[in-house]
Design a protein around this ligand. Structure first.
Ligand code: HEM
Length: 368
């Protein structure tokens, strides 16, 4: 991992849009450049060869078509601050405490963090939002996981990814036509279908939203755990400090962004910092680097993107992590974790700490 951060530092120190012959793209690595390219009307997300486009076809994620403004508004209303507050009260807190108590058990066993915690909370949360019964957890997780493996690295099989996509389409269709009963207050039962052109548009959007939130939030849970044990002194002192908890989650997301970068394409030629950009040139926006930029402006965290394609699930992801942290801090002192923040991370475009284990303190002592 060290190498990557050093490369970002070098990119930033050039303080100009750097072109890489090898990767055939420009790099926007400072806060100023990242903010500019996220918001510029001269840039677009539309690009036929993006891996998301290969599996889902055109969705709001990788198209600037006008019609997706309405889609994002409708879907976005289920992920607003107000909606997420409601979810916290009705099921998020309960899901998290259930997952945590199943994971920790009697406190004697080593815990596979990803399998028992990180993989479970985001899937159970999104199923509850859609109104799908929790018994679909494993089915959904396995399909989404395969889809993500393809999106993260298109060298993985597109054919298998497509099979998984169709399995999810089938589940969603059965939920919407009454063959599988859903919660009448959930999103699937209440969704305004007028913004969707046809069945495929609806199913691909719903599946893309399921997928978009999963691996990113899983990676954040893993990073939160590692960061927590690397700062366990402060964490124990602040276990009832709401402000500290929120800031710690924000800092974790800023320092360990699940997505280090994303891409934009030049829509029409223009000049930026003396660089003539041509139509279809690629600009890689490196959020992980922008977050480390010590320049004051523009303020904020780039981990969720900016501008009109900014993450739709930011409130949900933050809420899951904050609620989890509040509950887990009570158990923090009972465990250690087998990783440190300086350890290398795995993943192609989604970066995560892998093979994490929580080890009961008594066991950890006897190992030495
Ligand atoms: C910590 C967790 C998450 C991170 C770090 C994250 C990060 C991002 C980023 C960087 C983008 C912008 C990509 C770009 O501009 O090219 C994005 C877009 C998106 N995210 Fe998230 N995300 C997270 C969780 C979620 C969740 C929980 C959901 C939904 C349930 C979600 C749904 C979406 C959608 C639908 C988009 C596309 C928005 C658009 O293009 O209009 N994300 N996310």
């Amino acid at each position: 991992m060290d190498k990557v951060w050093k490369e970002y530092e070098e990119l930033r120190s050039e303080n100009n849009l750097t072109y890489s012959q090898k990767q055939r793209c420009y790099f926007a690595s400072t806060k100023e450049d990242a903010d500019f390219f996220f918001r510029s009307e001269n840039m677009t997300v539309d690009y036929p060869f993006r891996s998301t486009r290969q599996v889902f076809g055109k969705t709001m994620l990788d198209s600037d078509d006008e019609k997706f403004t309405a889609t994002k508004k409708i879907i976005g209303s289920y992920f607003s601050v107000k909606a997420v507050k409601h979810y916290e009260e009705y099921f998020l807190n309960r899901i998290i405490s259930q997952v945590l108590s199943e994971a920790l058990g009697d406190g004697q066993k080593e815990i596979d963090v990803e399998k028992s915690i990180s993989n479970r909370i985001p899937v159970l949360a999104i199923l509850a939002i859609y109104g799908i019964d929790a018994s679909w957890e494993t089915f959904t997780f396995e399909r989404l996981y395969t889809l993500i493996r393809y999106i993260d690295n298109p060298l993985n099989s597109l054919e298998i990814a497509n099979k998984c996509r169709l399995d999810i389409y089938d589940l969603l269709e059965q939920c919407m036509d009454g063959r599988i009963s859903v919660n009448p207050s959930g999103m699937l039962a209440r969704l305004d279908l007028s913004a969707f052109e046809n069945r495929d548009d609806l199913l691909s959007t719903l599946t893309m939203v399921l997928t978009a939130g999963m691996a990113t939030t899983i990676a954040s849970f893993n990073s939160l755990m590692v960061n927590l044990y690397s700062n366990s002194g402060h964490a124990l002192e602040n276990s009832n400090n709401e402000k500290w908890i929120r800031e710690f989650v924000d800092q974790t997301l800023r320092d360990f962004p699940p997505l280090h970068s994303t891409v934009r394409f030049v829509r029409s030629p223009f000049v930026y910092k003396n660089k003539p950009l041509k139509k279809n040139d690629t600009v890689t926006i490196v959020m992980a680097s922008a977050n480390k930029d010590e320049g004051k402006k523009p303020a904020g965290n780039f981990s969720f993107g900016k501008g009109k394609h900014a993450c739709l699930g930011i409130q949900l992801a933050q809420s899951e992590l904050i609620l989890f942290l509040k509950q887990f801090l009570r158990h923090l002192h009972l465990y250690t974790v087998n990783a440190h923040i300086d350890d290398p991370m795995s993943g192609h475009s989604i970066k995560t700490f892998s093979n994490l284990r929580l080890i009961p303190v008594e066991h950890a002592k006897s190992d030495f």
